[in-house]
Design a protein around this ligand. Structure first.
Ligand code: MGD
Ligand code: MGD
Ligand code: MO
Length: 771
């Protein structure tokens, strides 16, 4: 593959200006020009983003308010929009000109940059090219192939962008066909949340809404790069800061968004020469993987303050009434924390006792606290324990199920949370099996399906023979790139329902199809009527989304329609699902969702168009704990940094943190400029602590190789990267995904949740010998 760079001389100068501000507007204008879009088209489209009667942004899943700002979008949401409404086309002509072997040499950026896919395609091995195929022929062939395969050997992957309607249909299709193999991008993302939170509080999702953000008097941020990955949330953080609420952030990297921010919505702020709002009152650069230790330190400080308060006859710092009435397991938690040793806490977190005691003091004074977190907690071997420890911290002060307080997992893809809600899961206990069987007259297969890691295992050992993807770029998003790419080609079937060309399309199996679909922004007309879809945001709020831009090609079909056609070609007559009726009128799919999930979706069709949408019923947010004991559980981690595969005693083994740049959406690489980190011109870079570099005899821009440290006999290497000194704790280093996925062993994942541990990959770094 060619290098992910656009210059021989990339510049790396830590960005010290605020996020938001003019920089984001300049970046947007440049991106519109690169895509060849007219400014008027761009603004007319963006005006409808995240608004009632408009469309829901295809970028992140952050909440959409009922009373939106004039521009309820951010630089990155706008970039995602431009990427989708681009006038560029990856059409028949393109595929006539390029063989697949040739395209395999292209970067992720160059592939997607070709623009929107326009026509259904089938790979022809004799020509090594994609050839256009008629839709009905494609459906017939795929249906025949699926019927000739063991359903258990086929995987139905979903990336978190597909609507609630498409997702609900998709899982029914897979299950009627005979497979519960329904991995979702959330398996690589917040599955540590989906497994961890139900055990703690009986809810798989966060407990806060935008009203809570308006009411909180303190926030924590653990492991989320808000300025890049959910920038609109910065407005709520800024408002909290302006009313004096402390915001305390824990992150090994200094991420600009949580340092300084200027609101592009406020002309006055934009024009003022100042540095914007200081977003984190305290910003702690803990060691990667050091969160349990840090949270134990904070809890220890809270216990000490509570002891002092009791002694002085002052009000308690712990919420003893809440603990008594609502919690289980407090004593074990208290012993764990009290027994913990400060020296060990400091060593594992990389922070000082006084910093953590300060945090404990600030936390003790607050009355309404929200704890936000992202991949910095979930993508670890101890991802579940991280999440549960954060819940413990909230529970000890009763910060759950009351206004202004709660747990806030910041989800990734715009509908990733909703897909789980409407049945995309490999776990049977999460779906209403009997209802599906009774409603649609078929038998749901009764064994657990494969999640993402298990699907990869199946690809590698040959037991998975077919992959049908509703969006995403599976092979590029998962670990173990080299082995996965090789094994993928041995499969019998690769079907990709997509908007843009990506590397997964180029892994030709025995039979390979690309089925191009409408994006969420596009007008989706069925039966002469424009259809509406829906999504669920990070705060469990359901919104309607109206696509109104003209489709990129007349040949495109919608995701519900493609799902229905595949189903009819494969499992016709095997259930009573009225596929055609649903496609002709999506409100019927919503009725079906409501019938299956009446508590969450009552009056779905009436309520989902309301400005601000409607909230699902989340028990924990009203102190109803849907756990085994009916109480919220304090759950104790095994230790501070349980990472069996990293030899923390060796100074030569570094923990690699893989992150997103400000110029990508997951594997969609918009460009090579990570503006908010000040890295411009390359993605092939490792950011390292200066003292570590000195010890290894490295200077800025030296060429290095990175190798995974694992004694499983597999050599995993990323070659010819640059290194640059960075403000990052000693022992940690950082670089970009998806390129660095080649280094992650498949078994290196969060235990039980199986989220690849992409934030702590043990690596060795060596200077390249000039040849
Ligand atoms: N523009 C844009 N927006 C996006 C995406 C995108 O690619 N581009 N992707 C979307 C998706 S699918 C997702 S899941 C979200 C992801 O959003 P994030 O959760 O922000 O994901 P990452 O970019 O992986 O960044 C994780 C952050 O955790 C920090 N970190 C790493 N290790 C640790 C640790 O051990 N402890 C702590 N406390 N912090 C740590 C990193 O320095 C980084 O700042 O964003 C969504 N939004
Ligand atoms: N090392 C490392 N690996 C990671 C991560 C990490 O932080 N570090 N993060 C993980 C996370 S959080 C996630 S969510 C996964 C992401 O994994 P995925 O969700 O599989 O990947 P994306 O890059 O979001 O998928 C991009 C592709 O989706 C298609 N697409 C875009 N829009 C649409 C649409 O509307 N419909 C359809 N059908 N297709 C569409 C386009 O063809 C595009 O090429 O990656 C994971 N991998
Ligand atoms: Mo994600």
């Amino acid at each position: 593959m060619d290098r992910s760079e656009n210059t021989d001389k990339p510049t790396i100068e830590p960005y010290d200006r605020p996020t938001g501000g003019w920089g984001s507007i300049k970046s947007l204008v440049e991106k519109s020009a690169q895509e060849g879009l007219l400014t008027s088209t761009v603004w007319a489209t963006l005006e409808r983003q995240n608004k009632a009667g408009g469309y829901q942004c295809v970028s992140c899943s952050w909440a959409k308010p009922a009373d939106p700002r004039p521009f309820e979008y951010c630089e990155n949401g706008a970039k995602a929009t431009l990427w989708e409404i681009t006038p560029k086309r990856c059409d028949r002509d393109f595929f006539r000109k390029h063989t697949v072997s040739e395209l395999l040499e292209w970067t992720d950026h160059d592939l997607e940059k070709q623009g929107r896919l326009t026509t259904p395609l089938k790979y022809d091995p004799s020509l090594d090219q994609y050839i256009p195929i008629a839709w009905d022929k494609a459906f017939r062939e795929i249906g025949a192939l699926l019927n000739d395969m063991d359903p258990k050997s086929v995987v139905f992957y979903v990336s978190g962008r597909a609507s609630l309607e498409a997702s609900h249909m998709w899982q029914l299709f897979a299950r009627i066909y005979g497979s519960n193999n329904l991995p979702d991008s959330s398996n690589m993302c917040h599955e540590s949340t989906s497994v961890g939170l139900p055990e703690s509080i009986g809810s798989p999702v966060g407990t806060v809404t935008l009203d809570d953000f308006d009411a909180c008097d303190m926030m924590f941020f653990f492991g989320h790069n808000t300025g890049t990955n959910a920038p609109r949330l910065l407005h709520w953080v800024q408002e909290a800061r302006k009313r004096g609420a402390p915001v305390i952030t824990f992150n090994p990297l200094q991420e600009r968004g949580l340092m300084r921010f200027k609101s592009p919505q406020q002309p006055f702020e934009m024009l003022s020469p100042d540095e914007g709002t200081k977003m984190s009152s305290d910003y702690y650069q803990l060691k990667g993987g050091g969160d349990i230790a840090a949270m134990t330190g904070i809890a220890k400080a809270v216990f000490a303050l509570d002891d002092a308060a009791t002694e002085a006859g002052k009000p308690r710092v712990l919420d003893t009434a809440f603990i008594e009435e609502h919690c289980h397991g407090f004593e074990a938690f208290e012993s764990f924390v009290r027994d913990a040793d400060w020296t060990e806490i400091e060593r594992c977190s990389g922070l000082t006792r006084s910093d953590l005691e300060h945090t404990g003091r600030v936390y003790s004074k607050a009355e309404r606290v929200i704890a936000n977190y992202g991949m910095g907690l979930t993508q670890h071997r101890h991802g579940i324990e991280n999440v549960q420890m954060l819940v413990n911290l909230l529970l000890m002060r009763g910060m759950m199920g009351k206004t202004g307080a709660g747990i806030s997992p910041i989800r990734g893809h715009s509908n990733v949370q909703g897909q789980r809600t409407v049945g995309i899961t490999e776990k049977l206990e999460l779906i209403p099996v009997e209802k599906f069987e009774a409603f649609y007259d078929f038998t749901v297969p009764k064994e657990k399906g494969r999640d993402t890691v298990e699907s990869c295992e199946g690809i590698l050992d040959g037991s998975v023979k077919g992959f049908v993807c509703l969006g995403g770029n599976f092979s590029r998003a998962v670990p173990e790139t080299a082995a996965i790419e090789q094994a993928w080609r041995k499969m019998r079937l690769n079907v990709q329902i997509s908007t843009k060309l990506n590397r997964n399309h180029l892994l030709a199996a025995e039979n390979t199809y690309i089925l191009p679909c409408l994006g969420r922004l596009e007008r989706d007309t069925q039966n002469g009527v424009d259809q509406t879809v829906s999504i669920e945001d990070s705060t469990a709020c359901i919104h309607a989304s109206f696509g109104r831009t003209e489709p990129a090609s007349k040949e495109l079909l919608s995701e519900p329609r493609i799902t229905a056609e595949l189903a009819k070609a494969t499992i016709d007559g095997k259930s009573s699902v009225p596929w055609d009726e649903w496609v002709a009128d999506y409100s019927k799919i919503r009725d079906a969702i409501e019938r299956a999930y009446p508590d969450d979706f009552s009056q779905f069709n009436e309520r989902f168009r309301e400005p601000g949408g409607f909230h699902r019923d989340i028990g924990a947010s009203k102190r109803e704990w849907r756990t085994e004991t009916g109480r919220a559980h304090f759950l104790i981690p095994e230790g501070f940094d349980v990472n069996p595969d990293i030899d923390t005693t060796s100074p030569d083994v570094f923990k690699l943190i893989t992150v997103r740049s400000n110029d990508q959406f997951n594997t969609s690489v918009y460009g090579y400029d990570d503006r908010l980190r000040g890295v411009d011109g390359t993605r092939m870079i490792i950011l390292m602590n200066a003292a570590d570099m000195k010890r290894l005899g490295l200077t800025d821009h030296d060429r290095i190789d990175i190798e995974t440290v694992a004694d499983d006999g597999v050599a995993r290497k990323a070659e010819d990267y640059r290194v640059h000194a960075w403000n990052i704790p000693a022992g940690d280093c950082a670089g970009y995904f998806p390129e660095l996925n080649a280094l992650i062993p498949l078994w290196h994942h969060s235990r039980r949740a199986h989220v690849p541990a992409a934030k702590s990959v043990p690596v060795r770094i060596t200077k390249r010998v000039a040849n």
